[in-house]
Design a protein around this ligand. Structure first.
Ligand code: G6P
Length: 468
């Protein structure tokens, strides 16, 4: 296979291999914001994507899908348990999301993380043309930048961190904190979602490694001297074009009307769309909504909350418990308040294609994004991009990266249940003129800083640092 000038390295390939009902092979789009953000960019470059196909013990040769060259990295069942479900999603994920769930520290998990990161780095090094560029993504692969640099000093290396980076007092818990910082500093540019994430990272570098930090620049020791690594915020976004197109399509608009009708044409539809994850604040949202119904401030005849909670990381204990808690809360509220014709919460533990999501966004008067911690939250941006009619209200947690940009949303602290209830009422009662004023401003921001603006600003910073 010919080497590529531009290689993306991410835990997941853009498509996931799953088994159909008769054991046949099916490929489907991978979950989460990372893939959604990167895929459109990859279609426009002559590049390759190194990642895992989502199933254990499957060895696959490189192949092409949707115009993108894919290079699968195999993981054994034990590595899936220790590297992916263990270190990535039960150590780093909860630690970096401010310990909302307790992080588990296990030495065997760390060993698996090192082994698997090396495998990704070797695959990337082998796939990249001389003087090419490698762009590493996210917390599953924090050691890869340094490993690629050791294997291929000629290559330019970028790293983008899609989730939050924690304050030093929390980060310091990690038994392998220095190794992870050194791994990340193998990159020429280390990108974060928020300015605050970059600041926390730079503080950790200064305090732990004692490297010289000036503004966003780190002097990383190399040979007899130093080289510069740049760490700063590049807030990620979405590819707005497909949302605009779908929102304008007659059949999608008809589907939105059909969704409203099938819910009994309530006066207001509220919507939550999340991976079923404890960082998303789904419990807080449901609690606030349930209290508003119980207090009679909302009536089940007038409102419905549609909660799409797509299945995620179902073998990690914290996710198993979360699902039980949420499903108990939903069925209690529905049991207490539903009538034959109206339901308080339409709960859907399923994932949907984009067309259906756009119809749902168009049907929803209020979008609830109440994450306790979230790197960015692209659902907030998808909702805004879809509202070509300048209607609808976004309720947005201040603990999301999106809150830095989407200033005209109704801001909430999801831990404050009374505040959350007040914000929901403000959104439900907001007059159309004010909805329009806010939505126009939100839309300007999302349409200006779309995913193309994001990737070009990251890649030009990368070219600049390397050219120094
Ligand atoms: C978030 C992470 C991604 C991850 C996605 C889905 O968006 O930032 O790196 O791929 O969640 O999670 P999963 O564990 O299914 O890949």
């Amino acid at each position: 296979m010919t080497a590529a000038d531009f290689v993306v390295v991410a835990n997941r390939l853009p498509v996931d291999r799953v088994e159909g009902p008769d054991g046949e092979e099916i490929w489907r789009t991978s979950p989460g914001g990372l893939v959604a953000a990167l895929e459109p960019m990859m279609r426009n470059v002559n590049g390759a994507w190194v990642g895992w196909a989502g199933q254990a013990d499957v060895e696959l040769a490189p192949f092409e899908a949707g115009g993108i060259r894919l290079i699968p990295v195999a993981l054994s069942a034990e590595e899936v348990a220790e590297y992916y479900e263990g270190f990535a999603n039960d150590t780093i994920w909860p630690l970096y999301h401010d310990v909302i769930a307790p992080p588990q520290y296990h030495r065997e998990w760390w060993d698996a993380y090192v082994t698997v990161n090396r495998r990704f780095a070797e695959a990337a090094a082998a796939a990249t043309a001389p003087d090419g560029t490698v762009w590493v993504h996210d917390y599953q692969l924090q050691l890869v930048p340094q490993m690629v640099r050791e294997l291929r000093p000629d290559v330019t290396i970028g790293y983008f961190h899609h989730i939050p980076f924690p304050a030093h007092g929390l980060y310091a818990q990690l038994p392998w904190r220095d190794q992870v910082l050194r791994g990340l500093l193998g990159a020429d540019v280390i990108g974060f979602q928020r300015a605050q994430d970059a600041t926390y990272f730079l503080t950790a570098v200064r305090r732990r490694l004692r490297y010289e930090v000036k503004g966003p620049n780190v002097a990383v020791p190399e040979g007899d001297g130093t080289r510069t690594a740049l760490a700063r915020a590049f807030p990620i976004s979405i590819d707005t074009a497909p949302y605009l197109e779908l929102a304008a399509r007659e059949d999608v608009r008809a589907r939105a009307a059909e969704i409203r009708a099938s819910l009994g044409n309530p006066k207001r539809i509220l919507l939550g769309v999340d991976r079923l994850d404890y960082t998303k604040g789904i419990r807080h949202r449901i609690k606030a909504y349930g209290e508003l119904l119980a207090e009679g401030r909302l009536k089940v005849e007038d409102v419905t909350l549609v909660q799409v909670a797509s299945p995620s990381r179902e073998r990690v204990d914290a996710y198993v418990h979360l699902r039980d808690e949420i499903e108990l809360a939903v069925s209690r509220i529905n049991g207490d308040t539903d009538t034959m014709g109206h339901t308080a919460i339409r709960y859907l533990h399923q994932g949907y294609p984009r067309e259906e999501m756009v119809a749902l966004y168009l049907a929803a008067d209020v979008m609830l994004v109440t994450a306790l911690r979230d790197g960015m939250n692209l659902v907030a941006k998808e909702y805004v991009a879809t509202r070509v009619d300048d209607r609808g209200v976004l309720v947005l947690s201040e603990f999301t990266g999106a809150a830095d940009e989407l200033r005209q949303a109704v801001r909430v602290n999801p831990h404050d249940i009374e505040g959350l209830k007040a914000a929901i009422m403000t959104a439900v009662e907001m007059p159309p003129a004010e909805q329009g004023r806010r939505m126009r401003s939100l839309r300007r921001r999302v349409l200006d800083n779309d995913v193309n603006a994001w990737s070009s600003s990251f890649l030009s910073a990368l070219a600049e640092v390397r050219g120094r």
